[in-house]
Design a protein around this ligand. Structure first.
Ligand code: S3P
Length: 446
């Protein structure tokens, strides 16, 4: 049975129905370009004085917000074809003030990285705002270190957007981060590049390191020593070309679908397998799922981003526990761990993931409510969840709450359920994966 795409009009955003297919998902797919690396490609190209060519840039709502933002502050973005850009930047110290506020839309990464650069522009200021979800997401985590470095930030209720950032000549700091956040680390390192003595960030646990890799590729002196990452002063960046690999976080939905739906065997091509992103694959393997690929990179710190195909097959799962150390390496995929847990024998536990509460939605609450509504036995805790698994999912209706990853979670839940799932607000997927439903059709066509 092909998934039924009927849109239900219940006064909410259109609902889309996903039914269990008669046979498994089969075939190969190129997943969308990586969202984190696309954001960074646009931002770093905008900081570079010479033109930078970017291929395979993600054409989705979040990363289009980043292109609009860099244009607003003086970069010229030439769109040359699907995912192909030539970005003529401003140079590190020449970002322009913009006429109106910078609208980050739904993009937390844009909201937390761009201020790191703009804080280094003395005498200039910018206001940042975004959608209703972004207005609930804290910015004190970047405002605190930027203030320590000498910038001024006036935020709503001290810690939310809209906020105004006043640039300054910054002073280098050594900053022990209170949360393991790649966005905060990136913001401080970007700001730190212009400081005379450099800047060090101390991570409580490793988080994605795309910024460090791109800084190194751009010629900035950056080094890692255990949990300390240091960037030293640089006058200009030099980057010629950036090729964005496929997004592991988007691939993860198909990995989960293939593991859960009987009869499935799929290949995902050119997926970024930077070890700071592949925590989910290690969790799936621990649960007994079969994912083949070149996943050897561990602890490596190189300027490049490794890619691999992922060959995934259906199989039985057993429960696992995810501890705090592993959380940043799988942060965006933890909702999928909850889904897998519903089908795994035993109790699946995620701990140390309070960060989920400040994502595009409160992902502990929305995942727990959403999956319980489909027949799961899952309980939220302050910093994670406990799933009593083995019984699968009945199906029903789930809301995306405007959160792209919740929408796609609901779709995969529908494929794996007994009775199908209707996802309210499926359109939210366009934030990171506009072609999600079309790609599902490809994997169901035979
Ligand atoms: C991102 C880092 C993560 C992740 C987000 C993208 C990035 O956020 O959840 O989707 O591109 O740096 P935190 O660093 O706040 O955990």
């Amino acid at each position: 049975m092909r998934p039924n795409r009927s849109a239900g009009g219940l006064g909410f955003a259109a609902a889309v129905r996903f039914d269990p297919p008669a046979s498994g998902l089969r075939g190969s797919l190129r997943v969308p370009p990586d969202k984190s690396i696309s954001h960074r490609a646009a931002l770093f190209a905008a900081m570079t004085p010479e033109p930078v060519s970017v291929t395979n840039y993600l054409d989705a709502a979040d990363t289009n917000s980043t292109l609009a933002a860099v244009e607003q502050i003086g970069a010229l973005v030439q769109r040359r074809g699907a995912g192909e850009l030539l970005i003529r930047g401003c140079g590190l110290r020449d970002a322009h003030e913009s006429d109106g506020p910078i609208d980050v839309g739904n993009a937390g990464t844009l909201m937390r990285l761009l201020p790191g650069w703009l804080a280094t522009q003395p005498g200039r200021s910018w206001t940042f705002d975004g959608d209703s979800s972004i207005r609930r997401r804290p910015i004190d985590r970047i405002a605190d270190p930027l203030r320590l470095m000498g910038a001024r930030i006036d935020a709503t209720d001290e810690r939310f957007p809209p906020f105004t950032l006043h640039g300054a000549d910054l002073t280098g700091i050594e900053y022990p981060m209170p949360v393991a956040s790649a966005q905060v680390k990136s913001c401080v390192l970007i700001a730190g590049m212009t400081t005379a003595g450099g800047t060090t960030v101390i991570e409580p646990a490793p988080s994605r390191d795309h910024t460090e890799r791109m800084l190194a590729a751009a010629g900035a002196p950056v080094e890692r020593d255990g949990n300390r990452v240091t960037v030293r002063h640089v006058d200009e960046l030099g980057l010629d070309a950036i090729a964005v690999p496929g997004d592991l976080s988007s691939a993860a939905f198909w990995v989960a679908a293939a593991v859960l739906v009987p009869g499935s065997r799929i290949v995902l091509e050119d997926v970024n397998v930077n070890w700071t992103r592949t925590g989910f694959l290690r969790i799936v393997e621990r649960m007994g799922g079969i994912v083949l690929g070149d996943l050897e990179e561990h602890g490596a710190f190189t300027p490049g981003e490794p890619i691999s195909e992922l060959d995934v097959a259906h199989g039985p799962l057993s429960a696992t526990t995810v501890e705090a150390e592993e959380v940043p390496l799988a942060i965006d995929e933890l909702p999928l761990v909850a889904l897998l847990g519903c089908f795994a024998d035993g109790e699946t536990v995620v701990r140390g993931a309070a960060e989920l509460r400040v994502k595009e939605s409160d992902r502990i609450q929305t995942v727990v409510d959403g999956l319980n509504g489909l027949g799961a036995d899952i309980e939220g805790t302050d910093d994670g969840f406990v799933v009593r698994g083995g019984t699968g999912l009945r199906g029903g209706r789930i809301s995306s709450h405007g959160d792209h990853r919740l929408a796609m979670l609901g779709a995969v839940a529908g494929l794996a359920s007994r009775e199908g799932v209707e996802v309210e607000g499926m359109d939210a997927a366009a934030v990171s994966y506009p072609g999600f439903v079309a790609d599902l059709d490809t994997l169901l066509a035979r």
